[in-house]
Design a protein around this ligand. Sequence first.
Ligand code: PTJ
Length: 255
Amino acid sequence: MVTVSKDHPRYKSLVLRDKLVDGCKRGITSVHGLIAHGRGEAFDYLIGEKSTTNALDATEVTSAYILTAQRPILSVNGNVAALVPAELVELSEITEAPLEINLYHRSRQRSEKIEQHLRDFGARRILTGRDYVQLPGIASERAKVDQKGIFLSDVVFVPLEDGDRCEALKKSGKMVLAVDLNPLSRTALAASVTVVDELARTMGNLIEFTRRMQHAGDKEELEVLKSKFDNAQNLKTSYSIILSRLQNLSESKGV
Ligand code: PTJ
């Protein structure tokens, strides 16, 4: 990996890029993942490269859904595995939710490399999707889901998901919790809860909320959080944040 000085103004962003490039070199991340990340970065600029209050609200609700699920699953693709392996394992340990390797550009070799990578970070609950069933209504390889995992789950955490599968998962009656910096994407629009935030920031917040709420005696509180959340309204707030940021910048003299 390239050594990036901590003083560099874009330190965090460069570290994430490095992790993805390294993921590509090691056969974990698809080259398409680099393009997807670039699109995410562009939207991160627009939201101000920080977790907004509405992103934090959506993250908190995501925690509430995972903690109250009967069979929660954390879906892992090549970008997610490269960017936040330690955080995925930590969340899986806290919630006992398995990690399911689920790839758009599916190959057995990449799936095995991701599995080993997650094990190196201490993962104990991994579903590989090699015993799969096919979700109806999806043209891509993502239709294949693990028969002991996503197929039976009631709540699925899907960071960096594609729109088709998000819609298909929703249609099959599951709660779909997405992380996507692009609030205009089909995934963002179709998910039950969309966290419009960068994945590495989201995982830090998600772990913190989950640890705190896990020990809250009153599970009723989690139900209230879930029932009060309106994803369409939350997305509208993301659009407003981007709009007013651009408006302020266009009116300021010091651009
Ligand atoms: O490993 P695979 O084969 O399963 O492929 C994974 C990718 C991500 C390549 C695949 O799912 C894909 O092509 O995704 P899309 O359709 O490009 O969508 C990715 C979405 O994630 C885009 O809307 C990006 O804005 C968003 N995104 C990218 N990087 C981040 C992100 N959102 C949050 N945090 C990020 N770091």
